[in-house]
Design a protein around this ligand. Structure first.
Ligand code: SIN
Ligand code: CO
Length: 393
């Protein structure tokens, strides 16, 4: 069902995953033939002035503080007073604000969508850079305007290889092992931990498709917080069979076994872990949620409109994933909420999670299923799916 069609410069997805994903960098010249930025530098600056948009400016300076970081939202005025060269504006989650980027994201559907974080867009005049650094996540860097020279180093980076005393993690010492100049449509894939340094050669825009990699600490604390919140104070360590101890000062093997059992039992339920993870990984990280339509619809009204518009779009404000563990029901996760559904709906639910734009024709006879019709209507009334307006397709 998953459609791997227009893939990035003829890249073979299975080979990419086997040889490069999380392993080694890959340069793909002309990965997106004809790709140009759907947003101008001025429009990007406009976005960075909006309250709900996360943005930053990184400036390379003379003097004792070689780099400076400013966080948005910015006053329009700030852009009039920036130097001619040596700065970068970075705007996160641009896939939420630019519908054109949804088509770009679809090209990465050879990687599970719950792993994808966002598309960050940067603009830099000549010499603009954010300095040599490492990221903890995989990234595809796509050139959208002008030229950028990328240098990378596949050598390990020591924890203390950072410029001290600045708000950014920029490497003190960077010795490149490879170098390329990227032009619009070219793409560079970097696994986590590979040092990279991109410098704009002229007016330059870069589109970074970044990935979501929860830390082990986030996974453990997230899951355990949820378990703990379902417990009450009466559920405690108990030892009605306490034997007389030789050393009252000792934590005995029996006590240690009881404590280990409490902790292991709490983590033993695979289904509880899966359900928690589905909700956790589809939650919005920024806390921004979809906006419900002004006019909620009944299921019949919704289905009528879907047939009339011929397609539905998923909101970029909601993350969709599903789990099929072979049980009678599958679970659809949308924006941190779990919805158990009949196994008979696996095909349309998978389609809904796999793709961002779906035609009524592709949903086919599933639209006659009452439970599925109600589900789509609820998702629409919550703002998680949208119907294109006249002329938008
Ligand atoms: C940029 O777009 O300038 C920076 C992207 C990155 O290094 O991760
Ligand atoms: Co980076």
């Amino acid at each position: 069902m998953t459609d791997h069609r227009p893939l990035l410069g003829g890249l073979n997805p299975a080979r990419f995953l086997a040889d490069h994903w999380q392993k080694k960098p890959l340069l793909v010249k002309n990965a997106l033939p004809g790709f140009t930025s759907p947003i101008s530098p001025d429009e990007l600056a406009g976005l960075a002035c909006e309250e709900e948009v996360e943005s930053r400016i990184v400036l390379e300076c003379d003097g004792p503080q070689p780099w400076a970081l400013e966080n948005g939202p910015f006053d329009e005025d700030r852009f009039a007073h920036l130097p001619e060269t040596h700065w970068t504006l970075l705007v996160q989650e641009c896939n939420k604000y630019l519908p054109e980027l949804v088509t770009l994201l679809e090209q990465f559907n050879f990687i599970p969508n719950w792993r994808i974080d966002d598309i960050m867009v940067s603009y830099a005049p000549a010499h603009g850079s954010v300095g040599p650094h490492i990221d903890q996540y995989d990234v595809f860097l796509i050139q959208g305007l002008g030229q950028r020279r990328w240098q990378i180093s596949t050598d390990p980076v020591a924890d203390d290889n950072v410029i001290p005393g600045i708000d950014l993690r920029i490497m003190r010492d960077f010795q490149p092992t490879d170098e390329w100049v990227l032009e619009p449509g070219d793409m560079l894939y970097l696994p986590p931990g590979v040092a990279h340094y991109g410098v704009a050669l002229d007016d330059c825009m870069t589109f970074s498709v970044g990935f979501r990699t929860p830390t082990v600490s986030e996974l453990l604390t997230g899951f355990l917080d949820e378990i703990a919140s379902g417990l009450n104070d009466r559920q405690r360590y108990h030892d009605p069979d306490l034997p007389l101890q030789t050393h009252p000062g000792e934590i005995t093997a029996g006590a240690r076994t009881r404590v280990r059992r409490i902790i292991r039992d709490a983590m033993a339920d695979n289904d509880a872990i899966d359900q928690w993870f589905g909700r956790y990984i589809t939650e919005s990280k920024s806390g921004q949620t979809a906006v419900p339509p002004e006019q909620p619809l009944s299921t019949d009204e919704f289905l009528q409109q879907l047939h009339a518009t011929g397609a539905l779009w998923r909101s970029e404000y909601a993350r969709f994933s599903f789990i099929d563990d072979g049980a009678d029901e599958i679970t659809l996760f949308v924006d941190g909420q779990a919805r158990p559904l009949s196994r008979a709906l696996t095909k349309p639910v998978a389609l809904l999670c796999d793709r961002r734009e779906i035609t009524a024709g592709e949903l086919g006879t599933s639209l006659n299923d009452e439970q599925f019709g109600q589900l789509l209507c609820q998702l629409y009334n919550s703002g998680y799916i949208e119907l294109p307006k006249d002329g938008e397709q």
